[in-house]
Ligand binder design. Structure first.
Ligand SMILES: [Zn+2]
Length: 672
């Protein structure tokens, strides 16, 4: 081995040691992993591979010697029996009035009718799903992605109000949901014992860091608390939330004592204000009020839209604000060509997060708020939303020019334009702009799309600049650049092999993820899922792009999305790209599940006003049993469900000789 090789390996081992330590810290102490578990494992594997191969080059106190760096973050994965949904947010009285109206409209009940809601403070902790079988705690899982979490049962065994055995009268099987948190005073105590570098930013981070400690002795030494707030799957059906809460008491599980039941949104809002005012007196952090329908039977009818239940909402306290100086304003060109002005700020700590950039949204906003470089501004950050500049607090003493919208794209120099009724400025060069191309590739490999591990922004840029990739299909021929990539700084034999493996693994993909990965405007996760379900395979998708009537007949896909699909396919290069991609990828067709129901795999159309349920609920019910909802009647329609005051669609059904059903018949058949 040459001296150069030895140095290269030594350097890599040093680098790996630093990386592993850094990520261990972010994962265990901060509970803010910067990379995925898989990426982390890769570093560890590479490290031990090199250590084994070159034992004489192994560094002292490397990751494998470090006990604190017990690197394998292995908690058992647990699939939740019913998904752990997340709540939609509201911010004012209007929002919750609308929420209440939406619930009633969906349930097809009069707006004056009263529905009881249970309200509780929204604790800023971590959700936990306790599963009891025959009264015995069998798992305690973190929320994870809502479907699969990690079992931290060992780590919560010292929490007093999580009994290992339920007392008396329990269902055979039940999922109990609640929040794990640290009180403010306990948080202070823990932090005072940690050295400066390891202190937690806030109680939530401390709770998370404690809960997901691999060394469960540390978890158990931290005084975590638990309060239950909901029920997942249960073998016994509860009729009301308050009935479930009474049972909790019997089983020995605590819920929040602060609770309020009302059907009146104004009284609920008063309660919210009261809680907000007394917030500082509580010994735990809260960030809003949770409002949930008391009637569990109605909850089930309401179901969910995407990841949000229709029957609950979080009324959030206002966002955290701070003031700082704008040091510069840059333009960012996004995946769809949108040009966003971004304020570069003097870094500031906002609720435990260091903020140095904030969006200025668009140029109209800059003008309206009269924002210039050097101004002192108020910024805010609400939840996971990107920080934004709210208003100018003090104008800069220097006279700098007002930022005006660029006539040319700051990246590719092409013309910029604004669409009718849109405030956003865009670069016209959709398929040639460097910024757009790069962000399209980044989108393609991202987590929700192809999910190629170890392929991030940096790698995309590097490979693009070196012309190893010019479009997303080139990702699948990267193998041919093996020696060139391995010779790049930060790359080696193993990291290249890992990348190729990740690329191979990404090739099996579901149709909805594939459609999403194309990055077509307005085609996000929800629309991709709808399109995949309706069109079933990629050929149908391409065919449909040429037929407006097919696309416009898909329930839930709006005209903007339809136009975007047509625009995408009107560009010849995209068709060629799709053809190339379908050669490399194994795109799974969406198969309709065989559900034992009359309407499974049937094409149905609703027309007229339904009496007992809303149109939305009828559609939701039909989709759940595998029916396809069409918006117009054609020869392919199997059934037309006719409500009151039905018009042209009923006539057309008659003309074409299509079976019609009344609302009662529909309900009878769907419920049997
Ligand atoms: Zn451009």
């Amino acid at each position: 081995m040459s001296k150069e090789d030895i140095n290269r390996i030594k350097n890599r081992l040093e680098e790996l040691s630093k990386l592993i330590n850094k990520h261990n810290f972010h994962y265990h102490q901060n509970d803010k992993p910067l990379i995925t578990d898989k990426e982390f494992d890769k570093l560890v594997i590479e490290n031990s591979f090199l250590e084994k191969k070159y034992p004489n080059l192994k560094i002292k106190n490397g990751p494998s010697d470090n006990v604190g760096g017990k690197s394998k973050n292995k908690f058992k994965k647990i699939q939740h029996k019913s998904p752990m949904l997340s709540l939609a947010n509201g911010f004012n009285l209007e929002d919750i009035k609308e929420f209440d109206e939406r619930v009633k409209k969906y349930l097809n009940i009069e707006l004056i009718k009263k529905l009881d809601y249970i309200c509780e403070p929204k604790i800023d902790g971590l959700s936990l799903n306790l599963t009891y079988k025959d009264g015995i705690l069998i798992s305690a899982a973190t929320r994870g992605d809502g479907l699969v979490g990690e079992d931290v049962k060992k780590n919560i065994s010292n929490i007093k109000n999580i009994p290992t055995n339920l007392k008396a009268d329990f269902p055979n099987f039940i999922e109990i949901r609640g929040e794990v948190f640290l009180t403010k005073s306990d948080f202070e105590k823990i932090n005072s014992k940690l050295d400066k570098k390891h202190k937690f930013a806030n109680p939530r981070n401390a709770a998370a860091g404690s809960l997901r400690q691999l060394d469960f002795n540390i978890s158990r030494s931290r005084p975590l608390k638990f309060l239950a707030h909901g029920v997942g799957f249960s073998s016994h059906e509860f009729n009301y939330f308050d009935e479930f809460f009474l049972n909790l008491q019997k089983w020995g599980i605590k819920k929040n004592d602060i609770s309020f039941k009302s059907s009146n949104m104004s009284s609920i809002f008063d309660f919210y204000n009261k809680i907000n005012q007394s917030r500082s007196n509580l010994d735990y952090d809260i960030d809003g009020l949770v409002i949930k329908l008391n009637n569990i039977f109605l909850q089930k009818r309401l179901g969910n839209v995407g990841k949000n239940p229709r029957w609950a909402i979080a009324l959030k306290f206002s966002a955290e604000k701070a003031t700082t100086t704008i040091q510069d304003i840059n333009f960012q060109v996004g995946r769809t060509g949108s040009i966003t002005p971004v304020a570069r700020l003097q870094s500031i700590n906002l609720g435990g997060v260091i903020i140095s950039n904030a969006t200025l949204h668009n140029f109209d906003e800059i003008k309206k708020k009269n924002i210039q470089i050097g101004d002192i501004v108020e910024i805010q950050r609400a939840g996971d939303v990107i920080p934004q500049v709210i208003k100018v607090i003090k104008k800069s003493s220097k006279n700098s020019n007002l930022i005006s919208p660029p006539k040319k794209c700051p990246v590719c120099g092409s013309k910029t334009f604004k669409e009718k009724n849109e405030a956003v400025l865009r670069c016209i060069n959709t398929y040639g702009c460097y910024a757009q191309k790069i962000s399209q590739i980044i989108h393609f490999v991202s987590k929700k799309a192809l999910n190629i591990d170890g392929f991030g922004e940096k790698q995309v840029q590097q490979f693009y600049e070196l012309k190893f990739i010019t479009d997303v299909s080139d990702i699948f021929t990267l193998k041919s650049f093996k020696s060139k990539i391995e010779a790049l700084e930060g790359w080696g034999e193993l990291s290249f092999k890992n990348l190729i493996n990740s690329i191979e693994n990404s090739k099996k993909i579901s149709l909805d993820k594939f459609i999403y990965s194309l990055g077509i405007r307005f085609i996000g996760e929800v629309n991709s899922e709808i399109l995949a379900k309706e069109l079933k395979n990629i050929d149908n998708f391409i065919l449909a792009s040429r037929k407006t009537d097919v696309l416009s007949n898909i329930d839930g896909v709006g005209p903007k999305a339809i136009n975007a699909i047509k625009d995408y396919f009107a560009y010849k290069e995209n068709l060629i790209l799709l053809e190339k991609l379908s050669k490399y990828l194994d795109i799974k067709e969406n198969k309709i599940k065989n559900i034992n129901n009359f309407f499974n795999k049937k094409n149905i159309v609703f027309t007229g006003t339904l009496k007992s349920i809303s149109r939305d609920e009828a559609k939701y019910m039909a989709k759940k049993v595998g029916a396809k909802i069409l918006s117009s009647v054609s020869k392919t329609t199997d059934y037309v469900i006719i409500g009151e005051k039905a018009g042209s669609k009923a006539k057309k059904a008659e003309e074409l000789g299509i079976n019609t059903l009344t609302e009662d018949m529909f309900l009878k058949k769907i419920n049997s």
